[in-house]
Design a protein around this ligand. Sequence first.
Ligand code: SF4
Length: 342
Amino acid sequence: MTEPKSASTRVLKVRDLRVYYETPKGDVLAVNGIDFDLYEGETLGLVGESGSGKSTAAMGILQLVVPPGRIVSGEVLLEGQSILGLPDEALRQIRWAKLALIPQGAMNSLNPTMKVSEQIKDVILAHEGKEAKKEIKARILELLSTVGLPGRVYDMYPHELSGGMKQRVCIAMAIALSPTVIVADESTSALDVVVQRVVAQTLLAVKRKLGVSMIMIGHDMGLMAQMVDRVAVMYAGKIVEIAPVQDIFIDPKHPYSQLLIASVPSLKERKPLKITEGITHDPRNPPPGCIFQLRCPFVMDKCRVQTPPMQEVKPDQLVACHLYEKTEDGSFINVRDVVGNT
Ligand code: SF4
């Protein structure tokens, strides 16, 4: 995979990750061979419709896939260290400390019987031992302040907090050990729109302050536009396009990315929302060729037999689609432009 020109140090490298779910009728290929890199201080948005495999990909990276799911193959390197298949104790050391998760429905992941301070304390002490006890109160108060919560939250129970406050406690826990990478899995989707924006701003502020790298999973393209540096678009278990956020919004190349952007409501322009027509394939038995062929408005014969390779059609913009062909001078053309949009 080509590195972005702006790339600094790569902190996470994912190659050919495959996660399948066993069903009586055969394996569902939820994540079917994805490749991407994450760089220091970068936020990468992983977007796609429900069932596209984005959350399963996150669980695969964190190795939190539970049966009937299983990681079939792949490579995940965190700061150069291979973490796929590490023993449980080694993984326990890495989680929170290097790789932290703000889970989907994080609000319900807090223990209702424990005060906020005790829950954050548990995370810190489990990794740093009793030595960390000395200044732990000041440390937790600082964490609460970083996520915009008042000091009184220290002694409160989760049921005494609003949804947005609980979510910020989850962010405080995620940053407690200054991880290298945070995976935020639909971390604002269960909140109402106003609170969603406040929590998103908190995440952004925390990211800027700590310089942490983040994978942000979601389907709210408006939120992505404000939050992320690059976007990886997933469809049916595969990444079909990956590019800087402005390129995805201004000049999306993959037909699915184009439909995804066209489906974003606009305040300026009253227009009917675009619907992605067509049927999806059986996730247990994807067709040969392009994964999007059954819904693609531009499908060609070639798409039904050959899997499109990922190509860098513009600097830092990679797309897997047969519409783009390399010319002799190394640039790419859209074959539809050449044949006059027939
Ligand atoms: Fe459409 Fe073919 Fe491109 Fe797939 S490869 S997105 S079917 S044009």
